[in-house]
Design a protein around this ligand. Sequence first.
Ligand code: CTP
Ligand code: MG
Length: 513
Amino acid sequence: MNIMSGQCVFGQKKHLFFLPLSEKKKKNGPKSLRDLRAERQAQAERSVLVSCHPKTHENKFLKYLSRHGNVNKCFFYESFGTYAVVEFSNQDGVQSLLESAAMPSVSHESVVPLRSRLLSLRNVNTVDTDKQSAPSANHRELCPSTTHSLTDENTRLRFLVCSLLNDIAAAYFPQSSIKPFGSSVNGFGKLGCDLDMILDLDGTICVRPQPRSGMYMEYLVKRTSSERAVTQSVLSVIAGCLDQFGPGCVGVQKILNARCPLVRFAHQPSGFQCDLTASNRVAMRSTELLYLFGELDARVRPLVFTVRCWARAHGVTSPIPGAWITNFSLTIMVLFFLQRRNPPILPTLDRLKELAEPSEKCVLDGNDCTFTSDFHRISLETNTETLDQLLGDFFEFYSTFIFNRMSINLGRYGKEHKPELHPLYIQNPFETSLNISKNVNSSQLERFVTLCQESAWLLQSGSHLNTLLLPSHISVVRGRKKRKSQPASERIKGLLESLRIKNNVSFGFTVFF
Ligand code: CTP
Ligand code: MG
């Protein structure tokens, strides 16, 4: 099996796994999430988002843009209209374009006079009537199917949305920064996944050593009872701003009494469902941990991705909140399983902690979040199991897992005893007193286990992976209420067909990375 070159064998039939490895990554090893973020953030800050006419002539548009600066990258996409993401090679291009932009003149309405990098391309010679002006092949849907992992364009757009929103937050907190976390950046995201963001105010809190003598200045600030109260009031104001002034932000909801207060809204120009939090540093750290695990072994992401597709096809996970297992929980379950292979494919979190340099020590909100992010310090044991073996054994592993006594935790071996009575106990990697799956009820867990048993059995009896993705082939799904919409089997069939056509291949299941 050679996954790095994009191929591996599942059972008797061939399945392709695409892992686009940039030349740089091949030569220098994986990039750290910190470097990746910095690169994406810089790109986003040099970019604008432009609403366009669907028949915008690309070359003319580029010519127009080049009057303002050098364009590094420009691509179009469709989401409630046509949009272009334009990245200039430096900030001057953005400034020049913004300075040339006018406020819309309206006769029967009034506008909120907020200038942002979300623009609208108007008229003069950008719409052609000749035949060549048909929408360019370059116009694409950014979320064509939720079975694809995030593309470069989709990731750019995610960082750009954060950067656009940060411009609004910066009106109050100029040192703040809105950063994506969760599956948008941890390497396990699919097209269509939500955009989780944190408003990082740490840049605002400049802790300076107090001089031993003499005068010094302090900011005169309001005080509140707790950090949580600060988070709630900051988010409440930002939510109000997004609702009243934020171009493209709709359906803004304040969910401030949750364990982790957040603002939920839809960003229409990008089509992203957004969750903005403000004091979620630990979740940023677990994003880094998941990213690291995904980079450590080339089998991790394809396996997680396949399990997530399987879970979605059988209604184990759902986009609607409820008593279901979440993608985050499912990802931890796969990582835990990979730590328990013999020899292990992934190290435990405690091992990563031991390998950390003193400079990597990290305590957040009283939680020890230390682990090494240095790939060179982590040596892995040789495990040559193929993805098909791993998938079969994953189902087998959870078919027989003693859920009523054991917990799932990425920490270390021998610490899996379950501390409480929830049917499924998956320890939060850093806030170790929290169970990330306490929403899961026993009937959902039973469904998961039964599906694992049947899937393990189907794979052992030589069935193809496709079969596992067709709910009709698994008995526990029988007898459930029929969906009103197209049956899942039809949707999956259609999806497989579209993947087949897209890649011009004549084999079974294809996973895109
Ligand atoms: N998170 C957490 N504890 C939870 C739920 C979430 O720490 N109980 C953190 C994780 O870091 C997670 C992030 O919040 O990655 C975002 O949560 P969510 O959107 O539910 O999960 P994603 O990993 O982003 O997966 P999805 O693709 O389903 O959005
Ligand atoms: Mg998410």
